[in-house]
Design a protein around this ligand. Structure first.
Ligand SMILES: [Zn+2]
Length: 66
């Protein structure tokens, strides 16, 4: 967890688990994905990871709309 230093931010967002707005730690990470199948191509997709600071729930959202 210490190997990378992604951008971090504190955001107040609604948490479905808590049922209210809670502070979240938001990180943007590039995850390498295997496309799988015939083409052995890899793509790095930016994901937005928001972790609720109350319940610890993580919400992962793909940022690109490929
Ligand atoms: Zn929560």
């Amino acid at each position: 967890m210490a190997s990378q230093a992604p951008e971090t931010d504190k955001m107040v967002e609604p948490c479905a688990n808590c049922g209210r707005e809670t502070p979240h730690t938001v990180t943007v990470e590039l995850w390498t994905e295997s496309a799988g199948g015939e083409n052995a191509s890899f793509s790095r997709e930016p994901y937005r990871v928001a972790e609720c600071q109350i319940c610890g729930e993580e919400f992962v959202q793909r940022m690109s709309n490929a």
